[in-house]
Design a protein around this ligand. Structure first.
Ligand SMILES: Cc1cc2nc3c(=O)[nH]c(=O)nc-3n(C[C@H](O)[C@H](O)[C@H](O)COP(=O)(O)OP(=O)(O)OC[C@H]3O[C@@H](n4cnc5c(N)ncnc54)[C@H](O)[C@@H]3O)c2cc1C
Length: 258
């Protein structure tokens, strides 16, 4: 593995479709990877031909290996790459960061999320078998066996492809008694609504919850006059160097801006 500041190169060793919308990628060559030990840790992932990163939870890691479970939706930089046979490709990952931080007295966990949150939820449940754990999972696929048996899971279908009703679901939730910790991740607008609800109605102290927007439905992909993916592929096919390709890309961007 080569290391440049806080970035690592890794190779896709295996690609295993788990369900219609979830693909497992096992990366190897990551000997220098140091886990935070926090179960919702994530890395930035840059796939071949791209320079923008997307974030993915470290579902598991072992000596020299890292497993990411990637949701494939309609369009997207990583989605389109992960839908293809990407075994053998070299990717860049960034050093891990994490957020899950229950207070010391927590007696229960309430974990809510859509498909993108399932890798983190699975790892949180595995890491905390001692806590009563309730999960609300809004997923389009049958994920039987994906979450450890120790969790009490409520499975919900999304209202429509690419949509989420989790804000409404959380507003109607029966909270467990006593002190606990609420962790949630999914579509960003839903998460904003939930933070307001937790502050105003439930009045949870901020140390007792963590609500993260994992993706944006309404913003859609920022329209780009020049899409870097096809520019890079065409440049490579023409035998150009990366420097030449990105210089031409910058020039095309400037022309379209001006
Ligand atoms: C801390 C963190 C951890 C994450 N962990 C995971 C993980 O383990 N697995 C995982 O799959 N994702 C995870 N995500 C979410 C993932 O980073 C985003 O979904 C990302 O936008 C996907 O990139 P893309 O290149 O496929 O699509 P993009 O190029 O970013 O987006 C293209 C289009 O797809 C739409 N879109 C993006 N994501 C989704 C989606 N999930 N469902 C439907 N439409 C979508 C966008 O609105 C946009 O219109 C995580 C995000 C964060 C912040």
């Amino acid at each position: 593995m080569s290391t440049r500041s806080a970035q690592f190169e890794a190779r896709v060793a295996r690609r295993e479709p788990l369900t219609d919308h979830l693909v497992r990628l096992v990366l190897d060559g990551v000997e220098g990877f140091e886990s935070t030990g926090v179960p919702d840790e994530w890395v930035g992932l840059v796939v071949p031909g791209q320079f923008q990163s997307r974030y993915y939870t470290v579902r598991s890691h072992g000596p020299g290996e890292l497993t990411l479970d990637v949701v494939v939706h309609d369009v997207g930089l990583v989605t389109e790459w992960a839908m293809r046979d990407c075994v053998g490709d070299t990717v860049t990952i960034t050093e891990p960061k994490a957020s899950f931080d229950p207070p010391p007295g927590a007696g229960w966990l309430l974990l809510v999320g859509d498909l993108t949150a399932m890798p983190a939820i699975a790892r949180i449940v595995e890491t905390h078998p001692e806590l009563a754990t309730y999960v609300v999972a809004e997923v389009p696929d049958d994920l039987s066996g994906y979450l450890p048996d120790s969790a009490d899971v409520t499975w919900l279908q999304p209202p429509a492809a690419g949509q989420s009703a989790l804000a409404r679901v959380v507003e109607g939730i029966d909270w467990p008694d006593g002190e606990g910790y609420f962790w949630m991740a999914g579509e960003s607008a839903q998460m904003r609504a939930i933070r307001k609800h937790l502050m105003r109605e439930v009045k949870l102290p901020t140390s007792h919850y963590d609500v993260m927007g994992y993706w944006r439905a309404t913003a859609a992909r920022q329209p780009r006059a020049v899409d870097p993916g096809p520019v890079w592929r065409a440049g490579k096919a023409a035998g150009k160097s990366d420097e030449q390709i990105w210089a031409e890309y910058d020039a095309a961007q400037e022309a379209s801006d001006g």
